[in-house]
Design a protein around this ligand. Structure first.
Ligand code: 13P
Length: 342
């Protein structure tokens, strides 16, 4: 394992003022997004949409450090025949790839899931590396529910799989994004989210150590400590920021170069405000940035709505969100900048 090279890539993924665009929606998920806009989901329409994002020069060259792709996209060419991976690299960003195969029900644990995809992963990673991937992503999904959910079984099975994936990535020269997502669905309060996420992160790092993963060569992609969407008690931006930092400091080794959050169903502006408030607190051992899917793409998707005439508007919306999140990654965002630039 070449830890120095892995570390170089990981540092670039969380370079100051830059974050990751999660554009790795599975074919089923992107269809749902397109359906909501009345856009037919075909290989070409998915390509056109993603090509629009990757050709957004300002966003891609100034604010985005890397893009997580889906298997279909890493193999696709732009309309003019240029590989999409090349467009990303030409803009100065790193191509990455989602390598998990999604979730399956976890035996003996009703309502809980485990992420699959370890079989043959070494060979798949070698192929993706040949296609240009510098980093990878694996997402574990943990739901907070009644009767002590998540179970120990669910947390440990998912943490083990994340660690096996991360070790395989590093041995193939690919930086793993380790994503244990505690969902914000549900009516739990922020303290319950804190407690569950702490359990999940502690178990994840225990498993990462057991698999001898080099922390210098990975990125953590966690949820924030945040109130459940249906909770009557919604924590303020400051409380989310303070509790998330306290949580991460208690679980994440300082050797990890960076933490890139998922947005997980927060509104675009909430996701930005929370990241900004954390960076405004400052004095952190790792860089804190974004790896947003919905919170970066909802606005450009809507502005585009499948019409070639709207490509300029879609790119403007993407640039705006990427810019706001870049400022948040530096702790320099404010609501007035948000409104002034909109
Ligand atoms: P969201 O920001 O929409 O949660 O997506 C990020 C992601 O990559 C989830 O795996």
């Amino acid at each position: 394992m070449n830890v120095a090279e892995l570390n170089r890539v990981a540092e670039a993924m969380v370079a100051p003022g830059r974050g990751i665009l999660a554009a790795d929606e599975s074919t089923g998920t992107i269809k749902k997004r397109f359906d909501a806009l009345g856009v037919e989901s075909t290989a070409d329409s998915r390509r056109d949409y993603r090509e629009m994002l990757f050709r957004t020069k300002e966003a891609m060259s100034k604010y985005i450090s890397g893009v997580i792709l889906y298997d279909e996209t890493i193999r696709q060419n732009a309309k003019d025949g240029t590989p999409l991976v090349k467009l990303i690299a030409q803009a100065g960003a790193l191509p990455g790839i989602k390598v998990d195969k999604g979730t399956k029900p976890l035996p003996n644990c009703p309502g809980e899931v485990v992420t699959e995809g370890l079989d043959g992963l070494g060979e798949r990673l070698a192929e993706y590396r040949g296609l240009g991937a510098k980093f990878a992503k694996w997402r574990a999904v943990i739901d907070i529910g009644e009767h002590g959910m998540p179970s120990y079984t669910c947390v440990s099975a998912n943490a083990h799989a994340l660690a096996r994936y991360a070790a395989l990535c590093q041995s193939e020269g690919i930086v793993p994004i380790v994503e244990p997502e505690v969902l914000m669905d549900g009516d739990h309060d922020i303290d319950r989210c804190f407690e569950v996420t702490q359990r999940v992160l502690n178990k994840t790092f225990q498993e990462l150590r057991a698999q001898r993963v080099a922390f210098e060569g990975m990125i953590l992609k966690p949820n924030m400590a945040i109130s459940g969407k249906k909770s009557a008690k919604q924590a303020s931006v400051q409380e989310v920021a303070e509790k998330t930092i306290r949580l991460l400091k208690s679980c994440v080794p300082a050797a990890v170069p960076g933490i890139a959050f998922l947005s997980g169903g927060q509104s675009d502006e909430e996701a930005t405000a929370h990241l900004n408030a954390m960076n405004a607190i400052g004095n952190l051992p790792w860089r804190l940035t974004f790896s947003y899917g919905r919170a970066l793409q909802a606005a450009p998707q809507k502005a585009w709505s499948g019409k070639p005439a709207n490509v300029g508007a879609g790119q403007a919306a993407f640039t705006h969100r990427a810019h706001m999140n870049s400022l948040a990654a530096l702790g320099q965002w404010s609501e007035s900048l948000e409104k002034a630039a909109a």
